[in-house]
Design a protein around this ligand. Structure first.
Ligand code: SF4
Length: 212
């Protein structure tokens, strides 16, 4: 009889951490059940020692197929925000708190499902290694799932978005919305407002980095 599902990525970490080694090792991670039915692990992307690291929730349908983070519709919104804030995407390290796409099938569509705490905890060793290797000057947490995962479950993005937060994760830590929230805005006016506010949060990070 099969035993219970594992719930920890630690046994899959490579002995020595480098981004290449971590990415390769993560491709075989079976640290929790979320790999089942997916195309692949979607590890972080960007240069070692990027000054800026952005952390989202989990890959979506497009990211699962491409094997790269933030390449779907939310990724396009992220790109817009980065551009508006004067940040080159290639200069940032992009990743997610969970590295496999969690979804439910509805007909032929795969619908995003929010990862649960135990799934986030299982995957956390990968993020911790990424943080160690990249060692960013600024860390931007995109959305409530990423922010709560790293700052505690009582943290409220809506109350503290764009603020410089006191955290040992990085010298500068800022939380903002997940770019997918812009896509969910009910109309064009709300969408434009969300886009503007998102870019403004990213600009706050740029200003703080420049002042460092
Ligand atoms: S979600 Fe994370 S812990 Fe779970 S299998 Fe994928 S990489 Fe491993």
């Amino acid at each position: 009889m099969a035993g219970p599902e594992p719930n920890d990525a630690t046994p899959f970490l490579p002995e020595r951490s480098s981004l290449k080694g971590l990415r390769e090792a993560s491709a075989g991670c079976r640290g929790c059940h979320l790999w089942r039915g997916t195309t692949q692990t979607v590890f972080g992307e960007g240069r070692k020692r990027s000054r800026l690291m952005l952390v989202g929730e989990q890959p979506g349908d497009r990211e699962d197929l491409a094997g790269r983070p933030f390449v779907g519709p939310a990724g396009r919104e992220l790109n817009r925000g980065l551009e508006a804030a004067g940040i080159e995407r290639a200069d940032a390290y992009l990743t997610n708190v969970v590295k496999h796409f969690k979804f439910e099938e509805r007909g032929r569509r795969r619908i995003h499902q929010t990862p649960k705490r135990f799934e986030i905890d299982a995957c956390r060793p990968w993020l911790e290694e990424e943080l160690k290797v990249v060692n960013p000057d600024a860390l931007v947490l995109l959305g409530a799932i990423a922010a709560k995962a790293l700052l505690g479950s009582s943290f409220k993005v809506t109350q503290h978005r764009g603020e410089l937060l006191d955290s040992e994760l990085a010298p500068l830590v800022v939380a903002t919305i997940h770019p997918s929230a812009i896509l969910r805005a009910p109309d064009d006016t709300a969408r434009a407002r969300e886009r503007k506010a998102f870019a403004e949060d990213l600009r706050a990070v740029v200003r703080a980095l420049a002042a460092k």
